[in-house]
Write a protein that binds this ligand. Structure first.
Ligand code: PLP
Length: 264
């Protein structure tokens, strides 16, 4: 089995890399951490023409903001550790799709022993009851935070699909009903200066997860992309001074004040 990797920005090459042996096209949108937007319906059209199944990781958007199944995707996966759980107190995952595709997955799951413990399932079910209000609040706060970051002189670039001048905005506006709580930005400074600014944040906790009620911050080169070589990071557009935010349920003004004092 071979896998061909494309960057989010290379999605226009999808048709040319598909062969008659391609079984699955797998992607996330928005992507981590650049927040690039893949046109789901377009990717489905190209993949279907080549006879491939389409699987989308919808964790960043959450089911409140994006419904890939409606765009023709075959299987949708979520890390329930993130928005669905929403309180940074459980780990889990879900795969959603047609019964015929789920049956073999169900069998593998059973044989591998992937059973969620009862209290974890209980926490997840409780959390799902507030998913919509949590996500809508996070959508609103993230947009306010992203707009603030755009005005800050030490911020070189803001990646947030809700910003009208973000490259993926128009596609996001057609396939998302909200733009989510995840933002990344590039600070005007080297890796150390960026780490120093991140360390000054008080409302954002430094942690690699996302989607919870508490706002989190990471510098991708020290966490999610630590194992990626510097050359490969450059190719993927992950700057040393990139910062990723997961906007929680705190008052947006408090988050903005905190970012202001840290970045100044
Ligand atoms: C965290 C994450 C995962 C992995 O989920 P876990 O529950 O941590 O195993 C997969 N996809 C995305 C987009 C994530 O953010």
């Amino acid at each position: 089995m071979t896998t061909t990797f494309l960057l989010g920005s290379e999605i226009n090459r999808l048709a040319e890399v598909l062969t008659d042996r391609t079984r699955i096209v797998f992607f996330e949108t928005p992507t981590n951490p650049q927040m690039e937007i893949i046109n789901i319906a377009e990717a489905v059209k190209v993949a279907k023409a080549a006879g491939a199944l389409v699987v989308v990781d919808n964790t960043f958007a959450s089911p409140i903001n994006q419904s890939p199944l409606e765009a023709g995707v075959d299987l949708v996966i979520h890390s329930t550790t993130k928005y669905l759980g929403g309180h940074s107190d459980l780990t889990g995952g879900v795969v959603i799709g047609r019964g015929e595709l789920l049956t073999p997955i169900w069998t593998w799951r059973k044989n591998l022993g992937q059973m969620m413990a009862p209290e974890v399932a209980f926490l997840l079910m409780r959390s799902l009851r507030t998913l919509a209000v949590r996500v809508r609040h996070q959508n609103d706060s993230a947009l306010a935070v992203a707009k603030f970051l755009q005005t800050h002189p030490r911020v070189k670039r803001v990646n947030y699909p809700g910003l009208p001048d973000f490259p993926g905005h128009n596609v996001a506006a057609t396939q998302m009903s909200g733009f989510g709580g995840m933002i990344s930005f590039v600070y005007d400074g080297d890796a150390a200066a960026t780490a120093a600014a991140v360390d000054k944040l008080k409302c954002f906790t430094i942690a690699a997860s996302l989607g919870g009620v508490e706002s989190l911050v990471t510098q991708p080169i020290t966490t999610t992309h630590h194992g990626v070589t510097p050359e490969e990071r450059v190719r993927r557009g992950i700057a040393d001074s990139m910062v990723r935010l997961s906007v929680g349920l705190e008052d947006a003004e408090d988050l903005i004040d905190d970012l202001r004092q840290a970045l100044d």
